[in-house]
Every structure is written in C-alpha cells, then in structure tokens.
Design a protein around this ligand. Sequence first.
Ligand SMILES: Cc1cc2nc3c(=O)[nH]c(=O)nc-3n(C[C@H](O)[C@H](O)[C@H](O)COP(=O)(O)OP(=O)(O)OC[C@H]3O[C@@H](n4cnc5c(N)ncnc54)[C@H](O)[C@@H]3O)c2cc1C
Length: 452
Amino acid sequence: MIQPERLHERNAVPIAGPGRFVLYGMQQSQRAACNHALEYAIREANALGLPVVVAFGLMPGYPGANRRHYAFMLEGLAETQRSLAERGIRFLMRAGSIDQVVLALAREAALVVMDRGYTRLQRDWREAVARAAPCRVVEVESDAVVPVETAMDHEAYMAATLRPRIARRLAEFMVPVEEVRPVKSSLRLRFAGPEVEINEPMTVLNGLRFSGGPGPVSGLRGGTSAARVALEHFLRFKLHHYADQRDDPAGDGTSGLSPYLHFGQISALEVALAAREAWSGKAADVFLEQLVVRRELALNFAWYNPDYDRYSGLPAWARKTLAAEAGAPRPAMYDRSVFESARTADPAWNAAQKEMVATGRMHGYLRMYWGKKILEWSATPEEAFETALVLNNTYELDGRDPNGYAGVAWCFGKHDRPWPRHPVFGNVRTMTAGGLARKFDLGAYVKRMEAL
Ligand SMILES: Cc1cc2nc3c(=O)[nH]c(=O)nc-3n(C[C@H](O)[C@H](O)[C@H](O)COP(=O)(O)OP(=O)(O)OC[C@H]3O[C@@H](n4cnc5c(N)ncnc54)[C@H](O)[C@@H]3O)c2cc1C
C-alpha cells in the first residue's frame, strides 16, 4: 500500500492521457528499491497497460556539487540502472536538469510521476514540470518516513515540538513498500535524441567539467548495495552500542549512512524498518530519534522556511543576540581560506576539517564543535554562517542536504533555546575544546587525522 498522504496531484489534468509509457522523473530517490514513487508509477502503468520509463537529468553545473559528489552519485545510478533493467524498466539518462529532461519526454507520456525533493531548486523543478507537462503529474514522497506535511503543517520550533507528532503517525507509515511486477517491459523502447550511457560511471564523470573542488573519496563506493553493506554492518556490530558510542568521534559507532541517504540510494524507511527488526530496545529508539525525528526536523525546516539556507532563516532571538555581540573581541579571527586549509590554532578543529577534506565525512559530534568555532572565530556571524555552509557543502559527501542546512543553522541557534550569555555567542549555546576532551580521546583522534 502507498499511503495517500504520500501522493500529491500537481496539476489540473485529472486522469492519465494517451501515451506510450508512464514516466518517472527520478531525482531525489535514486534507487530501485523501497521507492514509493517508482512503485506508484508501476501500478499506474500496469492499470493502463503501459510500460514505465525512468528518466534522470544529468546536470553538469548542479549548484555546489563537485567531482566528489558526482562520482558517488554516478556509481549509485549505474547500479540503479542495472536493478531497474532486471525489473524490465528502462533507465534513460540525458544531459540537462530533471525538469528539461522530463518535459521533453512528457509529450509521449500518459502520466508523469516525480519523487519529492525538499530544497528550493528541487521544488522549482517540480513546479516547472507541473506547470508545463501536457499530462497528469503526480508527486510521490518517498524519502521521509512520515511525510513532511503529514507530520506537521508548519515550521517546527525544535525537535520537542515535532517528536510527538511523528510518534503519533509512525506506525501508519513505518510499513514496507510492496514491490509490484511491471506487466510490460520498457527495455526495448526507443527514444530520439542523445542519451548519456551510465554503464561506466567514471567515463561519464571524466566527460564532465568542474572548476575546482575536491576529487572522489577513495574506498567509499556509492550505490544501494554499498549502502546495504554499511547498514548490515551497523546492525550487526554497532547498533546495540549506539546510545553510548554515537557521540565518540574517536570510535566508529555510527552508521555512516548519511551520503547514501542524501543521494536517495537507500530509503530512510528501509533503514528504520531494519533497525527496528534488529534491535527493539533503547539502542533502536536512540537511532530512530536521529534517523526519523532529527532528519525529518531538517526536512521540515527546508520545507517550511524559505530562508533555510540563509542567515535570515535563523530565529529572531538568535540573530538579535548575535548582533548584540558584534563588537565583542573574538579569541581569534580567521577568514575562509584559513579555515579551509585547516590552519587555525586549534588542533582539534584542524583535525576535524582535515578529516572532512580528505574523506568527505566528519563525525556528527565534531560537526557541532566545528560549526560553533567558525562562529566564534569569524569577523561577523553572517560571514561565519556562509563559511560553514560553503565548506560543509563543498567537502561533505552528504552536503547540500536539508540535514546540512539544519545542522549549520543549529550552530547559530536554530532548533535550540537561548542559553546563559557568553561573549561572541550571546545566548547561543557554546562548545569548548575542554568539553570535547572530557567526552573522548581527543589526542588519539588528532593524531589519526594528522596522518591523513
Ligand atoms: C554543522 C553540521 C553540519 C551537518 N551537515 C550535514 C550534512 O551536510 N548532511 C547530513 O546528512 N547531515 C549533516 N549533519 C547532521 C549529522 O551530523 C549527520 O547526519 C551525521 O553525522 C551523519 O553520520 P551517520 O550517517 O553516521 O549518522 P548516524 O548517527 O548513524 O544517524 C543515522 C542518520 O540519522 C540522521 N541524523 C543523524 N544525526 C542527525 C542530525 N543531527 N540532524 C539530522 N539528521 C541526523 C542522518 O540521516 C544519519 O545518516 C550536520 C550536523 C552539523 C552540526
């Protein structure tokens, strides 16, 4: 069953028209499994006696994305193409943004299905498709466990306001997605116009132009299989310690799933169901708090706050208190290039930055410290906000995600409450290196990162 709350009619064309196929414009949910949008497209196609075609727009200049992100994404898409082909579904990749690619094909489609995305550009693309497609357009939400508008119809102030709403609806939405067999194969359908062959992802990558930015991360492959290996490993060896070890950057106690979730290579629902099945106690509850409540708090932020990626999107109390500290002397002051090249006077901060640049990841606990210190050591909070966002989005494999926007904003007071006043931070919560050292073996971590 696909819950009706996941389905959104996007235009005024009530029923499917004539056409050669049902078209699924894949963008957010880049996978062939546990994908409500794909299964909805197959069901509708079966009812119409038509095949399903999955289209993907390969857009070279996706804002903020670089070779690191594209390599990971393309590896995942190559696997998605193979998995879809095994189900008799044609994956058609073309150069261009998803709205351009879908609209060019929509002329021959009986119905267009889009998956739901949460950021500004993703929403603009879906709007463009809805406005111009000559056929019915349905948007299907598959990357939230509880759909964002079902959980709450306005912006959540903090996790405490969203948590009970999610809890109330969780049982209804935490159910597996039933896979349907397509009655008609689309593998032999022919299309006029150039297509990007995804069989060799590195060949596709080498054909794209990038102006700077980091290279691919070694030793971490994109794709649903790699995501499932990471999930399996996490469930077997880490989940039962998660509550105690997730805040220890010197250990390896978290799932490492965020890049796969970001590219939609694995569904949060699949992860949640597997975690609940593997472990029913506190460990699973603590993990689901992150995977469902915290992650969906970030989706809520991106969905309801038009300034989710701007300083102006911070709460008024936070901007006011930070403005009042404008003249407060900073203990150190660095510009973006010093931060980027990890040349601050703080070995812990530098180690975290080095880890991110070299590996495309940084432990969640350190991300908080990292962002707080950028605020403390920048000339203005506005400059700090920009620095944190740009570095996060450039180097993190999971960057450019609602989680990243919410995470950076949290360092500046979002989804938090006012704390006792502190220079530079005002009433925004601080973090100190002393606090880090009390939590874990900071020296061992710094040594490990210096070796990178
Ligand atoms: C400054 C800052 C920047 C961040 N940037 C990003 C980013 O660009 N992309 C990103 O995905 N996350 C970001 N986060 C949130 C969080 O740090 C990461 O999601 C987490 O560290 C990913 O590691 P994991 O998959 O091993 O997490 P696990 O601990 O295994 O958690 C499982 C999943 O739960 C979700 N999750 C965990 N912690 C959070 C959180 N605090 N907020 C929202 N969702 C959470 C993620 O989807 C994660 O993959 C940021 C946090 C901060 C403070």
